[in-house]
Design a protein around this ligand. Structure first.
Ligand code: GDP
Ligand code: GDP
Length: 436
């Protein structure tokens, strides 16, 4: 279900972020609206010859107040914990340094595949020198040049070769979800409260290390869910755990592995800047989203309180207008039993498929009611549409000129789709293509 993870490690200045950007850079994602989230430099989705994967630049996880040697050691440990394949970057310019050797020694401790990439091999004459790097004891060094884009293809080919084969037991009926949010909004309390109310399934399948803290459970109605850990309980005590970048990374990883993401807000403190960041990540990932207002027990209520709160959320998170809002309390358990059914509904909406005939009826009806715009006497023509993907539902509409599909008309079409079908909780993607 979730893409393999590749981590880049190495001491400062070997070219990690240059290579990260080169691998991650080309990908353009088409996302509904723009929430204005600054993309996180340390984590990206990428693709090589149709194989999707996630990429982490561990060099971007700065663990402040730690000496630099400790930092790169911690970064290597993060790579070991999070990744399926690790790329150790070294540099032909300086040769093997003490710091390179320290990182290599940490990487000996994992049985995950490690690929040594020797960077800054900008011209063929330098290739002869890469054999020195065999002495790192991590196999064949691969010459690359991040800034010139040389050898990146060979590197990715080697990386993809090591990806775990599609697991056979992936698709059972369980719905994966996670609670994300800034510290102290009540994520762990919510997990515990939900598990307390439902039957936890004790799995005897050997868990992969990365997924070991996910907990499957079953509701009285017989629906199966798996709640994905975001806190990284397993790693308690590690220095890097409390750094902001690392917790962002954990949240992004949890989002990737979820069908539905529950964005938790704290009714006691109201909406903060960090909440918006977190919600933006979930939105960009195209997962199902539910907004959960926790600690509702702390709020003095009159009959307008809930509407007021809802209005505020809709104003602050305009791009999440599709997400249902649930007001709960992990402490008093108020409305917690609504969450599983709401999660199930959103998961179903994420997988909803609309037959082309029905879709085109809706599109043609939409166009009849609100004619397509014109620009410089050229009118947008929409010929037909078809759904090309689920999770999230993605539609391609074939048109005379994609440039003529303005944001406002696209939004109108999307709204018409939402009025015609239950897409509550799921983003929709709409792609305009020129009809050939
Ligand atoms: P990081 O600290 O490991 O993330 O390294 P950076 O990506 O920031 O790169 C450090 C320096 O090395 C920068 O000045 C880059 O421009 C330079 N650099 C990166 N890749 C190459 C390369 O392939 N060849 C050369 N000559 N310089 C490079
Ligand atoms: P996390 O950091 O998001 O996992 O938050 P925790 O679950 O650790 O909760 C942070 C604090 O909020 C703890 O002191 C909890 O007891 C408290 N808390 C969590 N949920 C509720 C709630 O529904 N009502 C109240 N009053 N307090 C809560």
């Amino acid at each position: 279900m979730s893409d393999p993870v590749v981590a880049i490690v190495g001491r400062p200045n070997v070219g990690k972020s240059t290579i990260f950007n080169r691998i991650a850079g080309e990908r353009i994602s088409i996302v509904e609206d723009t929430p204005g989230v600054t993309r996180d430099r340390i984590y990206a989705h990428s693709e090589w010859l149709g194989q999707r994967f996630s990429l982490i630049d561990t060099g971007g996880i700065d663990i402040s107040d730690e000496p630099f040697v400790t930092q790169i050691q911690e970064q290597a440990e993060i790579a070991i914990d999070e990744a399926d394949v690790i790329i150790l970057i070294v540099s032909i310019k300086e040769g093997i340094t003490d710091a390179d050797e320290k990182v290599a020694r940490i990487l000996y401790q994992t049985d995950k595949p490690v690929i040594v990439a020797v960077n800054k091999v900008d011209n063929p004459e330098l290739r002869g020198e890469i054999y020195d790097f065999y002495s790192l004891g991590l196999g064949d060094p691969l010459p690359i040049s991040g800034s010139h884009g040389i050898g990146i293809g060979d590197l990715l080919e080697k990386v993809c070769h090591y990806f775990p084969k599609e697991t056979e037991q992936t698709d059972n009926d369980t719905i994966n979800f996670s609670f994300i949010g800034r510290p102290n909004v009540g994520k762990s309390s919510l997990v515990n409260a939900i598990l307390g109310e439902n039957r936890v399934i004790v799995s005897n399948i050997e868990g992969t290390t990365r997924d070991a803290v996910d907990t499957p459970f079953e509701t009285k109605a017989g629906d199966q869910f798996t709640v994905i850990d975001t806190a990284g309980i397993r790693k308690r005590g590690k220095v890097y755990e409390n750094t902001e970048k690392y917790s962002v990374l954990r949240a992004l990883r949890a989002i990737d592995r979820s069908d539905v993401v529950l964005v938790v807000l704290d009714a006691g403190t109201g909406i903060r800047e960090q909440d918006k960041k977190v919600a933006g990540y979930a939105h960009e990932a195209g997962r199902g989203i539910i907004i959960v207002v926790n600690k509702w027990d702390l709020v003095k209520k009159d009959s307008y309180t809930m509407q007021g709160f809802e209005k505020m959320i809709r104003e602050e998170f305009q791009y999440l207008d599709y997400a249902p809002i649930v007001f709960v309390s992990a402490q008093t358990k108020q409305r917690l039993n609504q969450l599983p059914q709401e999660i199930k509904r959103v998961a179903e909406n994420q997988r909803r498929r609309i037959r082309s005939a029905v879709l085109n009826e809706v599109l043609m009806d939409a166009i009849a009611r609100n004619p397509t715009p014109t620009e410089n006497t050229k009118r947008l023509k929409i010929y037909y549409g078809t759904q090309v993907a689920v999770k999230p539902p993605t539609f391609v509409i074939f048109v005379n000129d994609p440039e003529l599909v303005h944001f406002s008309y696209e939004r109108y079409l999307r709204n018409r789709l939402r009025e015609s079908f239950d897409f509550s909780g799921t983003p929709l993607r709409l792609i305009a293509r020129r009809r050939k």
